[in-house]
Structure formats: structure tokens, C-alpha cells
Design a protein around this ligand. Structure first.
Ligand code: HEM
Ligand SMILES: *[C@@H]1O[C@H](CO)[C@@H](O)[C@H](O)[C@H]1NC(C)=O
Ligand SMILES: *[C@@H]1O[C@H](CO)[C@@H](O)[C@H](O)[C@H]1NC(C)=O
Ligand SMILES: CC(=O)N[C@H]1CO[C@H](CO)[C@@H](O)[C@@H]1O
Length: 326
């Protein structure tokens, strides 16, 4: 091969690579098919949020669970009559119903506009709704890339190896995020989502009782905070009991989460691990010290999260009902 044709090949290859990455997604994807989609979704989300404040964390967590399992294709929303879909997995049983409801309501609002009916995917509505709840909770607003199709497959089994556990070590968290092309910075920034919302006691009870199978407390946990958690989550607590993940500003999307970690007040072991480890501690300190830097990193990481496993062409469809394949 001549050197000239080599260069040509390399250029074509590069172009294909760039095009293949996320050329499908565009901020103005619905410009011609449903130009007002953003404001329609926003209005529906505002109404839902007014009725039910827990909509914000519920929606934010839902997109994470969707994108990490089979990509951002709303597969997490598919229901099965025989209880074999993603949301039937025990991890998903704790997903709050209000996240699903937000997307269903926003989808109904979009479909009620004549030209928009069955033009906008459930996966894109979830992405827009997530951006909206974050902004409405006091976080950054950002342009959402659009153009995802909805998947046709959802299995309980696919969840197990794709979602992180709260007792994962930093290395395991990093590995799982890296497998989706997300960096350590993305991991630390996205974990900032835990600045809003709740956790069931079972997700951290090992840290306050029987730590490392002894009758002790996780030593990375602030002791006053550990005592408070023991009060809120007694040993025989109702399994439905929840506590706020950010004890200071639980409903505001801000960088308080990182300030909590600096004080040993991260609720989950996977939260506190970000401060324990030298590799991520600098990032925690940086995000704790400057909310703007956190917001920029969060937006960048959310955009990358939103590109995972995108379906186009005949890999997907625009679902008429978000809980069922067409
Ligand atoms: C880094 C690994 C992560 C682990 C181990 C993890 C684990 C958990 C656990 C155990 C809960 C409590 C669930 C419950 O008991 O109901 C939770 C809640 C939550 N997670 Fe994560 N998560 C991680 C990353 C993320 C990411 C990347 C996001 C979004 C970008 C996210 C958003 C949320 C939200 C908003 C809640 C609160 C849900 C609610 O109040 O309904 N998490 N997470
Ligand atoms: C459950 O139902 C789905 C269709 O909804 C089907 O594809 C799958 O094979 C069924 N699984 C079992 C175990 O019956
Ligand atoms: C926070 O970071 C931004 C962006 O890097 C910078 O412009 C700003 O001055 C910083 N604010 C503080 C208080 O350090
Ligand atoms: C226990 C349970 O079913 N939890 C949630 C699982 O996902 C559905 C989505 O339809 C929610 O409504 C449930 O609250």
C-alpha cells in the first residue's frame, strides 16, 4: 500500500470512528418532528414534581439503572407478565414508582400534541425528564442529546452483573464504570447524584451493625452520624424504612454530598470509599470546594452516561406505551 492510500485509509477510518461514536444523538433531533418536545416534557415534570417531590431522586436513579443495563433504551421500564424483566430484579424492586410515573406522564403529554404522537422515544423522555428534575432541584441545567430508540428486550438476569452494589470497593466501582467508558472523575461526579433521595436501611445496615461480621461500626463512619443512623434504623426496623442520603440538604442538588464525605458522613460504603481512597479523595475535595466545578463535571458525566448503548435503526423502536414493546 502506498503511503498516500495509507493516510487516506486512516482518515476514512477516523471519520467512521467519530461518526460511529454518537453521531446518532443530537440536541435538536426532534426539531422537525416535535419541535416543542422540551417544553412539553418540562411542564409535565414540573407538575409531577409539585405533586410528589420524591420524583426528583426517583427519576435520576431510574436513568442510571436504565443506561447501565443494556444501554439507555428504557428497557428498565418494560413490564413482563411473568416477572422476568429488569425491574423485577431485587435491585430494581427498590426503584421508586414515581420515576416510572414521571416518564409515563411526560410521554402522555407529548403524545397529546397531534404532530408529536408516537414520535418521541421513552428513552429520550427519560433523559429530558432527568435533566429537568436535576435543574428543578437546584442543580445545573444542560442541553440533552436526543435520538435514542427504545429497546425491545429486558431481562431480570441482565441486571445482576451491570449495577454496582453499595458495598463495592473502589476498584470494583471503577471497573464497572470503566466498562461503560466512564472515568474515575465521572464516577465521583455521578455519585454526587446521592445529594438527593433516600436509601433503605438494609443498604448500609452492615456499616452500623456487625461491621466485618463483628459487633462493631465501620470506622470510616463519623461516630455521631453512626449513632443517628442506629436511631433511624434500629435492628428490627421495618424494611420499608428509609433515610435521606444527604443529611444536610436532602432535597437540594448541590455539592453538600462531597462535604459530607469529608466528615465521614457518606451514607453508603460506596460513597465513603470515594473519600477513603487517595485516588479519588482529591476529586471529592475539589467538588466539595467548588460547586461550579462539580456541576460541570456532573453534566459532562451525565452526557456520557446518556450515550451508553444507544439503539438506532432496526435495533429499536419508538414505543407507544413505555411499559410494553409495540
Ligand atoms: C457508584 C455506584 C452507585 C451505587 C453503589 C449506588 C447505590 C444506591 C443505593 C443502594 C441506593 C438506595 C436504594 C434504596 O435503598 O432505595 C441508591 C439511591 C440512589 N441512587 Fe445510587 N448508586 C450508585 C450510583 C448512582 C448514580 C451514578 C446515580 C445517578 C446518576 C445514582 C442515583 C441515585 C439516586 C438519585 C438515589 C435515590 C433514589 C430515591 O430516593 O428514590 N446512583 N443508590
Ligand atoms: C416471560 O415472558 C416473555 C414475554 O413477555 C418471554 O419472552 C419470556 O420467554 C418469558 N419467560 C419465562 C421464563 O417464561
Ligand atoms: C470555581 O471554579 C470555577 C471554574 O473553574 C472558577 O471560575 C471559580 O473562580 C472557582 N470559584 C472559587 C470560589 O474558587
Ligand atoms: C416493589 C416494586 O415493585 N418496586 C417498584 C418496581 O418497579 C415498578 C415500576 O412499575 C414500581 O412501580 C415499583 O414501585
Amino acid at each position: 500500500m502506498s503511503s498516500q492510500s495509507l493516510i487516506l485509509h486512516a482518515e476514512v477510518f477516523l471519520l467512521l470512528l467519530i461518526a460511529g461514536c454518537h453521531a446518532q444523538l443530537r440536541v435538536d433531533y426532534y426539531r422537525n418532528t416535535c419541535p416543542n418536545v422540551e417544553s412539553i416534557v418540562r411542564r409535565a415534570v414540573e407538575m409531577k414534581l409539585q405533586q410528589t417531590p420524591v420524583t426528583a431522586p426517583a427519576t435520576l436513579r431510574l436513568i442510571f439503572h436504565d443506561c447501565f443495563v443494556r444501554g439507555c433504551d428504557a428497557s428498565v421500564m418494560l413490564a413482563s407478565t411473568n416477572h422476568t424483566s429488569e425491574k423485577d430484579n431485587p435491585i430494581n424492586l427498590s426503584l421508586a414508582g414515581d420515576g416510572f410515573d414521571t416518564v409515563i406522564k411526560a410521554k402522555a403529554a407529548v403524545d397529546s400534541v397531534p404532530g408529536c404522537q408516537n414520535k418521541v422515544s421513552c428513552a429520550d423522555i427519560l433523559a429530558m425528564a432527568t435533566r429537568d428534575v436535576v435543574a428543578l432541584a437546584g442543580g445545573p441545567s444542560y442541553a440533552v442529546e436526543l435520538g435514542r430508540l427504545d429497546g425491545r428486550v429486558s431481562t431480570k438476569a441482565s441486571v445482576r452483573h451491570h449495577l454496582p452494589h453499595p458495598d463495592f470497593k473502589l476498584e470494583q466501582l471503577n471497573q464497572m464504570f470503566a466498562s461503560h467508558g466512564l472515568t474515575l472523575t465521572d464516577l465521583v461526579a455521578l455519585s454526587g447524584a446521592h445529594t438527593i433521595g433516600f436509601s433503605h436501611c438494609s443498604q448500609f445496615s452492615k456499616r452500623i451493625y456487625n461491621f466485618k461480621s463483628k459487633k462493631s461500626i465501620d470506622h470510616t463512619l463519623n461516630s455521631a452520624y453512626a449513632e443517628k443512623l442506629q436511631q433511624d434504623c434500629p435492628k428490627n426496623a421495618d424494611p420499608r424504612t428509609v433515610v435521606e442520603m444527604d443529611l444536610i440538604t436532602p432535597r437540594i442538588f448541590d455539592n453538600q454530598y462531597y462535604k459530607n464525605l469529608q466528615q465521614g458522613k457518606g451514607l453508603l460504603a460506596s460513597d465513603q470509599a470515594l473519600f477513603t481512597h487517595k485516588r479519588t479523595r482529591d476529586l471529592v475535595n475539589l467538588f466539595a470546594s467548588n460547586n461550579t466545578v462539580f456541576e460541570t463535571a456532573f453534566v459532562s458525566a451525565m452526557t456520557k452516561l446518556g450515550r451508553i448503548g444507544i439503539k438506532t435503526g432496526n435495533q429499536g423502536e419508538i414505543r407507544r406505551d413505555c411499559s410494553m414493546v409495540n
